[in-house]
Write a protein that binds this ligand. Structure first.
Ligand SMILES: [Zn+2]
Length: 342
């Protein structure tokens, strides 16, 4: 959807374009809601929006997104936000799911704004361990929801100092590009894209609900976020966006169909991701040209080759500035390990 307020797809869509500003409307709207828990001075709020099928989008503190799939088997949570948001997140899940237990947590990547709530959310859940496995795993293991992640994300979470409690780290990791299972009567596909936002990203596709939770492989509140220190690259980001476009199918007039939950920003569909892919391709090509002309990083920054996109995605301050994005693109044009000037 492209922010076409007032056309066909009902106020829900218009509201999504400015989701944060629409808190009151979301609370009043069907299938949406919010839970607030006071933590320190600022209240931490998690809002929810029913996307379609079994899947809800959760928005924490107005800046980070997660997803839940709810059904007769229980609850699957994609990303756990921050430690401060974990309690309102759990309250909101309870509001939506009642007493259904949280069984699984998928971490799309290791960053603290997506995994910081792992300890609390896992502790609030219960894993499915029965028969012989209960004996092997020990009774305590069943008292937590189990976390699944790509191997590289598992390793990064395990390396955090001071160490996280064991239940806050993935019990199940996979390598390769796919991991699949069935939960709540639907196929759930974890799709890994190497060296994109980080080196351990997965997107989660709920096949029957037709919703994809993209983690930070797709964001629409800033330029694509590339963590070069953890193996991210513009090439991988482009591969991720193209993978999302492969998976998503639009409904009429390129609107709706498969919905995409961004890591940060609003709910999206394929047309939005196509725009992000096209922008990323154009920017990649511009900096490839600059690198070919042997421009230094300083020269490439000064040339402001992304100026036509800065109004929409740029930032002079904050977590992900235009300069940080330009530097990440420039450094990774030649691959994830490219050094300045190469
Ligand atoms: Zn991230």
């Amino acid at each position: 959807m492209r922010g076409r307020a007032g056309t066909g797809t009902a106020p829900r869509i218009a509201c999504l374009a400015a989701f944060v500003a629409c808190a009151a409307a979301a609370v009043a709207g069907q299938g949406g809601g919010a839970s607030t828990v006071a933590s320190g001075s600022a209240p931490a709020t998690v809002q929810s929006l029913h996307v379609q099928g079994n899947v809800w989008m959760l928005v924490g503190g107005g800046f980070v997104n997660a997803a839940v799939q709810i059904g007769s088997d229980g609850v699957l949570v994609v990303d756990t936000m921050t430690d401060a948001l974990a309690e309102p997140m759990l309250a909101e899940i309870k509001r939506l799911a009642g007493d259904k237990p949280i069984r699984w947590i998928v971490n799309t990547h290791p960053h603290p704004d997506h995994t910081g709530g792992n300890a609390k959310v896992a502790a609030a859940g219960r894993s499915i361990i029965a028969g012989n496995f209960a004996g092997q795993a020990g009774q305590a293991a069943a008292n937590f929801a189990q976390i699944i992640a790509h191997e590289n994300t598992g390793n990064r979470l395990a390396a955090i100092q001071p160490a996280l409690p064991v239940h806050a780290t993935p019990a199940e990791t996979f390598f390769g590009t796919r991991h699949e299972f069935f939960f709540n009567d639907e196929a759930v596909q974890l799709i890994h894209v190497p060296n994109a936002h980080s080196d351990g990203d997965v997107m989660v596709f709920f096949r029957k609900s037709d919703v994809l939770a993209a983690g930070d492989l797709y964001v629409n509140s800033t330029f694509p976020v590339i963590n070069t220190a953890q193996g991210g690259s513009i090439k991988g980001v482009l591969a991720a966006l193209n993978t999302i476009i492969d998976v998503t199918v639009p409904r009429r007039k390129q609107e709706g169909g498969t919905f995409v939950i961004s890591g940060h920003g609003r709910l999206a569909d394929e047309a939005d991701v196509v725009e992000a892919r096209d922008m990323s391709t154009i920017i990649r090509d511009r900096y490839a040209e600059a690198v070919k002309k042997k421009q230094t990083l300083a020269q490439a920054k000064a040339a402001r080759l992304v100026r036509d996109y800065e109004g929409r995605y740029g930032a002079a301050q904050g977590f992900w500035t235009t300069d940080a994005f330009v530097e990440a693109v420039y450094r990774t044009i030649g691959g994830p390990l490219a050094k300045e000037g190469q």
